[in-house]
Design a protein. Structure first.
Lengths: 356, 138
């Protein structure tokens, strides 16, 4: 029986830091001691409460440990299980929620070194995104420089919701460093939880938090276009991860429409925003927010206006689908191949080097 | 194509506009520093009255996002309905010049003598032969 994602590159896997103690060997001595002296607890945000159904499929949970904390199990379930040839680790350990820039930088270094030693060294099919302290664009750029030499790091990871719109010029050192090394920017669902995760204030329920991430992504996409990040760095690819994508057609229409009348505000956006977005923005596949029956999804895909936009992801261990249904049914074969293989290879030059 | 005299050139000062009806359609004529250009009074987007639009300059990108180039003051018309910009000289939309354009027509200024040279225009010739007229070709 052929597997559903044979030969694919899985662009969204979540390795879990088992606990703060796992990072201590990778922290600078001062910070390693601070963990015990200050009683620093595990850095888990409220994005994925450990026992929430979304946080892990039941068959991917690990008794007595966090789902996604076992490298062998991840390789077996997420890669072998679907036939994927490689996968990208997006570690969501909540480094971005720390208030101290220096502490965030220390923990980002530790997470990246932990990923290299405990994951990348153990499974040659794995690649990783560089975790950066977005609290300080300067220190974030320095971490990109420090890790970019290891070509198993294929992307820079930013949270969807942080202290300010992602297009702001103060953050450009991050984009400059990424562009210099041919690293896409991956923006993953999540927040620094400094500001409400909805535009209108704090919600009460995790459902609201997760559903409203899609609006957060739209806000960031608008910012990246309008503030000129995509114009300034025309070769930079930005991957929206776990963002959903079925909202894109209506969003593109709205952005295009208002740009036509207000273009003079942002003349560096010198061609229709949908064209810029189709050139530079990519989306991971899961979650697919569309019915599996009928042709609704096919119509959305047609309206997106390009077959290059979607990158296969299982979102392991998050519970987005059942069994082997990692891909929507009835995708045309050519599009299926692009989503599984061609689009990831075109998006990630470092993956292409090793897995083309 | 027929030519229509729509008015005296001297009645439209530089930077001003003239709305006229030609062959049953409203047109708007602009004087840009002594050169005359015309647009049909209908935005290609949803039909807004272009004659009611404000003129502005041409905003283009500078060398970096955040830097602007601002040239050709008064030569860009914005539709009063949705703010789309049109180059008065060409009718082209600034946002998508290859795709969207307002309809233009030929406007020229003719000496009165060139227009009124028949035997039955003698009186007019006497009064207006020294003046220039705006002529629209549609």
């Amino acid at each position: 029986m052929s597997l559903p994602a044979q030969g694919a590159i899985d662009c969204d896997l979540h390795p879990a830091v088992p606990g703060i103690a796992s990072l201590v060997p990778y922290l600078d001595p001062q910070w390693a001691d601070a963990v015990s002296q200050r009683g620093v607890h595990d850095l888990e945000s409220t994005s994925y409460p450990l026992r929430a159904p979304l946080s892990s499929r039941p068959d991917w949970r690990i008794q007595g440990a966090k789902a996604g904390s076992d490298v062998a199990q991840l390789g077996k379930q997420a890669l072998d299980g679907f036939g994927a040839r490689a996968g990208i680790l997006n570690c969501l350990y909540a480094v971005t929620t720390l208030f101290s820039e220096d502490m965030a930088a220390a923990f980002a270094r530790a997470v990246n070194d932990w990923l290299a030693a405990e994951w990348l060294d153990r499974d040659p099919r794995l690649r990783a995104s560089i975790v950066v302290p977005i609290q300080s664009p300067m220190l974030a750029a320095a971490e990109i420089e420090r890790r970019a030499g290891d070509r198993r790091f294929v992307q820079v990871l930013l949270p969807c919701l942080s202290d300010q719109p992602l297009g702001r010029r103060s953050l450009w050192p991050i984009y400059e460093a990424a562009a210099r090394h041919g690293l896409p920017i991956g923006i993953h669902a999540g927040s620094t939880y400094r500001h409400p995760v909805t535009p209108v204030g704090w919600p009460s329920y995790v459902t609201e938090d997760y559903v409203n991430q899609a609006q957060g992504f739209q806000t960031q996409l608008t910012s990246l276009v309008c503030e000129g990040v995509l114009s300034k760095f025309p070769n930079l690819k930005i991957v929206l991860i776990e963002s959903g994508f079925t909202w894109l057609p209506a969003y593109l229409w709205r952005l295009h429409k208002y740009w036509r009348g207000l273009r003079m505000e942002i003349p560096w956006v010198d061609r229709p925003p949908p064209n810029i977005i189709r050139d530079q923005i990519r989306f991971t596949l899961q979650p697919v927010d569309a019915p599996v029956d009928g042709d609704a999804l096919q119509r959305v895909l047609d309206q997106m206006g390009s077959d290059d936009l979607l990158l296969y992801s299982s979102d392991y261990p998050h519970w987005q689908f059942e069994g082997q249904d990692a891909l929507p049914p009835r995708l045309p074969d050519s599009l299926r191949r692009k989503i599984l293989i061609d689009n990831p290879l075109m998006t990630y030059p470092r993956i292409k080097e090793d897995f083309a | 194509m027929a030519r229509h005299v729509v008015g005296l050139a001297s009645a439209v000062a530089s930077g001003e506009r003239l709305v006229a009806e030609v062959a049953g359609r409203k047109v708007v004529i602009f004087n840009l520093g002594g050169e005359f250009f015309g647009l049909f009074n209908r935005c290609p987007h949803q039909g807004g009255d272009l004659c009611l639009g404000r003129t502005t300059g041409l905003v283009e990108a500078g060398s970096e996002p955040g830097e602007y180039s601002y040239t050709r003051r008064g030569e860009i018309l914005r539709c009063p309905w949705h703010g789309w910009e049109f180059d008065i000289r060409t009718g082209k939309s600034r946002a998508e010049p290859g795709r969207i354009r307002a309809k233009t027509y030929e406007v020229e200024v003719k000496r009165g003598a060139e227009l009124f040279d028949g035997p039955y225009q003698a009186e007019n010739v006497q009064v207006k032969v020294e003046q220039d007229y705006i002529v629209v070709e549609v």
